[in-house]
Ligand binder design. Structure first.
Ligand code: A3P
Length: 326
């Protein structure tokens, strides 16, 4: 699985020649606005920045890869879709017939990857509501350039670095059809700790949204944690619903709507659906690779105490003084 580079404009090539560059087993990377991109993804990010036309009601779901993006997409779709009375026709629910990534596309790696004028009309969350929902792995300052001052809502899902790393390792092996070995873990670990990995450094990514959530108007950037979603799902789902402007009514709460959404979006339910067992993206991985264990602290089973200590120190050092901790 080598990253293609055949649709990069002359202008972007010129830009790349002025940027720091790096390489990994999948392709060439360059550092743009403090974040590492494969060249084709950089083209997607630039297309987005130059051509996206935001609507004030847009919702942007952001995350570092393997932080719970699929879950956040599913929860957001389920929250925004619930006004459509799927209870009457439960099988009509989009999450039952499509993978969350097909419903909420990534801006830079899907919509704007090869074009500056993608057709965005089909991505409203429902024909009756005007909110469009998009996703991104770009850091906040890069996303904001494409938003041009529009007050779109941005939700960030953050997850602890060690579990992200283990999830990345597994995903990388499965996606590239490699054996899941310690040697791949070690190279993924080194590149993660060095910060030169795709969308890295991890800590700068997280901090861009953390600071944004503190500095911006609180109705603009919502900072969520995967661990908190697991720990107190009802509280966090209600928090997300309020932020999105679709709070639960008392009747909904009494009728178990919160729990129903959590159940629909649970790893177990989603991964059990036919579409997620056998479906795949046009260019990307099989949908089943989106789902693994979904546990907090799984990294304990794989990282040596030395690896844990090193990553803990790097994270602590970089988050020092920010008020954010894992
Ligand atoms: P693990 O590899 O630790 O199991 P992303 O969606 O950002 O790619 O993140 C993938 C991680 O989220 C994987 O973690 C995956 O199992 C987990 N995940 C996927 N769907 C989930 C869901 N509905 N609920 C909780 N975790 C989920």
């Amino acid at each position: 699985a080598t990253v293609r580079e055949d649709y990069i404009s002359e202008e972007t090539k010129k830009l790349i020649s002025s940027l720091p560059v790096n390489k990994d087993s999948q392709g060439n990377l360059c550092k743009y606005q403090g974040c590492w991109y494969y060249y084709n993804t950089l083209q997607g990010a630039i297309n987005f920045q130059n051509h996206f036309q935001p609507q004030d009601t847009d919702v942007i779901l952001a995350s570092f890869p393997k932080s719970g993006t699929t879950w956040l997409k599913a929860l957001t779709v389920a929250l925004l879709e619930r006004s459509k009375h799927h209870d009457d026709h439960p099988l009509n629910h989009p999450l039952l017939s499509d993978n969350p990534h097909a419903i909420v596309p990534f801006l830079e790696t899907k919509l704007y990857l090869r074009t500056s004028t993608p057709d965005l009309t089909k991505y409203s969350s429902s024909p009756s509501s005007s909110a469009r929902v998009f996703a991104t792995h770009m850091p906040l300052h890069t996303v904001k350039e494409g938003l041009r001052g529009s007050p779109c809502k941005i939700v960030y899902m953050c997850r602890n670095a060690k579990d992200v790393l283990i999830s990345l390792w597994y995903f990388k092996c499965k996606y590239q059809k490699l054996e899941v070995t310690r040697s791949v873990l070690e190279s993924t670990f080194e590149s993660f700790c060095g910060g030169g990995n795709f969308y890295g450094p991890f800590w700068d990514h997280v901090l861009s949204y953390w600071r944004g959530s503190l500095e911006d108007d609180p109705s603009r950037v919502l900072f969520m944690k995967y661990e908190e979603m697991k720990e107190e799902p009802c509280v966090q789902l209600k928090r997300l619903a309020e932020f999105l402007g679709v709070p639960f009514t008392e009747e909904e709460e009494e009728s178990g709507c919160v729990e129903k959404i959590l159940e629909l979006c649970s790893l177990r339910s989603l991964s059990d659906l036919a579409i997620n067992k056998i479906g795949k993206t046009s260019s990307g991985p099989d949908y089943k690779l989106c789902f693994r264990k979904g546990e907090v602290g799984d990294s304990k089973n794989y990282l040596t105490p030395e690896m844990e200590m090193r990553i803990d120190m790097i994270i602590e050092e970089n988050l020092k003084g920010s008020g954010l901790s894992f």
